[in-house]
Design a protein around this ligand. Structure first.
Ligand SMILES: Cc1cc2nc3c(=O)[nH]c(=O)nc-3n(C[C@H](O)[C@H](O)[C@H](O)COP(=O)(O)OP(=O)(O)OC[C@H]3O[C@@H](n4cnc5c(N)ncnc54)[C@H](O)[C@@H]3O)c2cc1C
Length: 401
């Protein structure tokens, strides 16, 4: 029996692949099984000075993701003998990665794409896993899709259960039981009671913070010392009646040397626009995201510390300056430009390949694997789901063997 802990990007696909191939799979998920449209209620709470975004529910953070799907970290993973070419092809087909049809490219996004092109930037439409035929273009991807038009790992959990896997939701895994340095069981809390289940293999897919906390509790070393979270700000300004806030978000992409930019409305931007009377419908804004230095730390209780380095700030400044040029070209008055605070939505790197897990994602403890953003060796600085899915497919094939 294989136990999978967590149902996000790493856990969902793994459960699907293993269950469909006839393996006995049991899935533990701390959060509840919910409707996608309610996902915004399941954001995690972190200390006030730690602006990190993640959700606890079936599907994990993929349920509030924007459907952005890009390949990342190719050369970094090659260094560990990992070539994901075939896995990428498989998962891209499975989740339906494609550039959105022009019918789903809104006015603000079109202005962003054109302005970036005129400025000579490396710009394209963002590859997405969104079904245009269902999408109502409400701009609410990060709240959870009201019409289920967006892929999330919950889809894979459903398929896994259909194929015979057992899902135990609202069950928090707190420890892995070892028998002579081999993983042999799970300790978890369900309905307020501590329980134990014996298993043959365990794969931690609880996300970079929670997987790290579980690994630390077991006593493994080197865990949670290199947390990154791909920090971002959203920079925007006044453009009367642009109505960008109701467009499909992040449907364009500019790739810079040290940052990526994507058209993005944030519900926190309006209060930062220095122009009186600005309404959400009058804002054009751009997300600036960077690959940060892995200087964060996860404690045994899941408490997180994260500092921003001089290099992080420099990369952000470069990205923000470029976003400012695009906004100006797009017709935004520079005097009206403001920014949200620095936040992170891609925690990773807490059990990196080559340090904590080997290239088959196994820890030094036999039969204990990690398959989520924890294993990424460095910050991708761009959407990581597709890479996590490809790693998950690779692990599924390895475990099937
Ligand atoms: C608003 C937002 C938008 C995003 N948009 C994109 C995007 O468009 N494209 C992209 O590539 N990335 C996006 N991301 C990032 C992406 O969602 C995450 O990087 C990715 O989901 C991480 O996958 P994971 O498997 O590491 O963790 P998760 O997907 O978070 O899954 C972890 C799972 O483990 C469960 N869990 C935690 N602790 C326990 C425990 N103790 N016991 C049992 N279960 C547990 C959690 O509830 C969760 O289901 C976005 C993130 C946010 C917050």
């Amino acid at each position: 029996m294989i136990a999978i802990v967590g149902t996000g990007a790493g856990g969902g696909l793994l459960a699907r692949e293993l269950a469909k191939s006839g393996e006995e799979v049991i899935i533990f998920e701390k959060g509840p099984y919910i409707d996608s449209k309610d996902a915004y209620k399941y954001y995690d709470e972190y200390p006030k000075d730690m602006d990190l975004l993640s959700t606890t529910c079936v599907g994990g953070s993929t349920i509030v993701a924007m459907g952005n799907m890009v390949r990342a970290l190719d050369s970094e993973l090659h260094e560990f003998g990992i070539d994901l070419t075939e896995e990428y092809e498989y998962v891209e087909e499975l989740v339906g990665v494609h550039e959105l049809d022009d019918s789903h490219i809104g006015r603000g996004t079109r202005i962003f794409l054109d302005a970036a092109e005129e400025l000579g930037l490396d710009v394209c439409k963002m590859p997405k896993a969104i079904r245009e035929e269902d999408c109502i273009q409400c701009g609410k991807c990060a709240f959870g899709c009201p019409v289920d038009a967006k892929w999330s790992a919950k889809d894979f959990v459903d398929e896994a259960v259909e194929a015979g896997a057992t899902l135990i939701s609202e069950a928090e895994v707190i420890d892995v039981i070892l028998c002579n340095m081999q993983a042999c069981g799970i300790r978890y809390i369900k309905d307020g009671q501590e329980k134990i289940l014996k298993t043959d293999k365990i794969v931690l897919c609880a996300g970079a913070i929670q997987s790290a906390a579980i690994l630390k509790n077991i006593g493994l070393t080197g865990i949670g010392r290199e947390l990154f979270f791909d920090p971002f700000v959203t920079v925007g300004g006044y453009l009367k009646d642009i109505n960008f806030n109701t467009e499909v978000q992040m449907a364009g992409l500019v790739v810079g040397k040290n940052f990526v930019l994507s058209p993005h409305f944030s519900s926190f931007i309006r209060e930062n626009i220095p122009y009186e009377g600005t309404e959400d419908k009058d804002i054009l804004s751009i997300m600036v995201k960077i690959p940060d230095e892995a200087k964060g730390y996860v404690h045994t209780d899941g408490f997180v510390n994260k500092t921003n380095t001089i290099t992080d700030i420099r990369y952000l400044a470069e990205g923000v300056a470029t976003a400012g040029f695009i906004l100006k070209k797009a017709g935004v008055d520079p005097k009206t430009i403001g920014s949200t605070v620095f936040r992170g939505a891609h925690p990773g790197g807490t059990a990196p390949i080559g340090k904590v897990v080997d290239s088959n994602l196994e820890t030094e403890i036999d039969d204990l694997f990690v398959c989520d953003a924890s294993v990424l060796p460095v910050s991708p600085g761009k959407p990581p789901i597709l890479t996590i899915l490809a790693l998950s497919k690779r692990l599924a094939d390895y475990l099937k063997k």
